[in-house]
Design a protein around this ligand. Sequence first.
Ligand SMILES: [Zn+2]
Length: 287
Amino acid sequence: MYPFCNCLWIEDEFNCLVDSSPTDNELAKIAGKPVHLIVNSHGHIDHNRANYRFPKARVLLHKTNHSLVESAEGYLHEFGFDRYLDEAGRTMYLRKPGYRPRPADGTLEDGQVISVGRTRFQVIHLPGHIYGHCGFFFPDEGIVYTGDIDLNKFGPWYGNISSSVDDFINSINKLIAMQPEMMITSHGTRVITAGVKAGLSRYRDIIYQREEEIIKLLYRGKHTVWEIGAELPIYKRMLEPREIFYLYECAMDWKHLERLERLGRVERKGDKYFLNHGIRPFNLSLG
Ligand SMILES: [Zn+2]
């Protein structure tokens, strides 16, 4: 659970930590062992909060996520919080999970192969959650570490400036096509060996269900991102802290509206969105 995540520890010629936000109890298990390399699936704090504890390790993450780990300003900007959240909210957002800047030492790119001795793995770029989101494929073990494509019941999260609904769908489809024997996710059920394809498909379809909800709201006369967000088509119920979750909700609604506009289903006039001629909620068009 946030601000922690399921991490992998590889003990080999070079010791490597895949994501670095274990609980303190978990982290204690590697106390005294050198950490040579840290790879972060992406720049969210719940995937790299212990990076600063290993000043000698080489930290790698996707180039576009360096700004998130390098400064609080860069981190807040990616959430739109430099613009839409007040000073008290920003301070709380950084302090609560324990944000500490720690510069990255290098980048991760799609297809890159990392060898730490006998163990090798390949970087798979899986954008959507945030543009720089990456998974890691271990061909010899048949394992794929999928980061925040985590099959949680709530569904995919895409509330950052560089998030994209289309990218998220494509990334899930990319994993389905890989047919991994074993998936390890950053949150929730750590190791998934059964029903991987069905689980991924179900998780992806939550995106389409949300989109249908947004179309319904447009049909019922909600036209701005803020009006749609207030109806919580993504979260369904308001979570605490409200100011944060309302902004997450609106950001994700906005990502859907962008996609609907691109698909020609919605037209934008100023800050208002309207359904194009002939576009109706699915259950209404059936009638
Ligand atoms: Zn994340």
